[in-house]
Design a protein around this ligand. Structure first.
Ligand code: TMP
Length: 217
């Protein structure tokens, strides 16, 4: 991406710790040790005033038809990218974002069964803008719960969680250079250290500073 800023997206199933890791990474990057950078933290859905209204429409309304839901996420995304994220990247800001297009691909495309069209809609909505790095926070869906007697709804929830996990891992496997899969089943500090390592390496790669294993000076 040709912007002076740097864009990191966090993805993963619900409850995996994305918000905590966004906040910790922001604090690190703003500190002298992290380069005292200008950092914007944001999220989808709901990163703008219009996005907050769209988020309420998605989350707190009655049943929303799956295609309408997919379009509401895409509308939030289109406005968020055009009015907040793209201008920040152009201004040289590091943008740390909680969820992006992969969430639509995995939740609406996969879990809701809407298929590949969902990715195309998001790409149209954002004029094809893709992050410099997507960090997938990966965790096995609550193994303690698996062993208990489960009712039908619980079984379905866990099956869905497993499907989400596979969805995000599948996305990451498509493009190793733009994704980092981080084991999120560790302490917050351990996960943070891995996140910092992945982001630092991606920033160095983007700036052409990576030292190749075969010894480029
Ligand atoms: P969160 O902001 O607490 O992560 O919640 C957002 C919820 O919305 C979460 O369950 C995932 C879902 N979601 C989608 O289904 N599609 C999307 O494109 C996005 C951004 C979120």
């Amino acid at each position: 991406m040709a912007f002076p800023g740097f864009w990191v997206v966090f993805e993963g199933a619900d409850g995996v710790g994305k918000t905590t890791q966004v906040d910790l990474l922001a604090a690190h990057l703003r500190s002298p040790a992290g380069g005292a950078r200008e950092v914007l933290t944001t999220r989808e859905p709901g990163g703008t005033p219009l996005g907050i209204e769209l988020r309420q429409a998605i989350m707190h309304g009655d049943h929303v038809a799956p295609r309408a839901e997919a379009l509401l996420y895409a509308a939030d995304r289109a406005h968020h990218i055009a009015t907040l994220v793209r201008p920040a990247l152009e201004a040289g800001t590091v943008v740390l974002q909680d969820r992006y297009l992969d969430s639509s691909v995995v939740y609406q495309g996969g879990a809701r069964g809407l298929g590949e069209e969902v990715e195309r809609i998001s790409l149209w909505a954002t004029e094809g803008l893709l992050p410099d790095l997507t960090v997938v926070l990966d965790m096995e869906p609550d193994p303690a719960r698996m062993s208990r007697d489960l009712d039908r709804v619980e079984r379905e929830t866990i099956a869905k969680a497993a499907q989400m996990r596979e969805g995000f891992l599948g996305r990451a496997a498509l493009d190793r250079a733009r994704y980092a899969v981080v084991d999120a089943a560790r302490t917050v500090e351990e996960v943070h250290a891995s996140v910092v390592e992945a982001v630092t390496a991606a920033m160095a790669r983007r700036d052409g500073l990576a030292v190749e294993p075969w010894g480029t000076p």
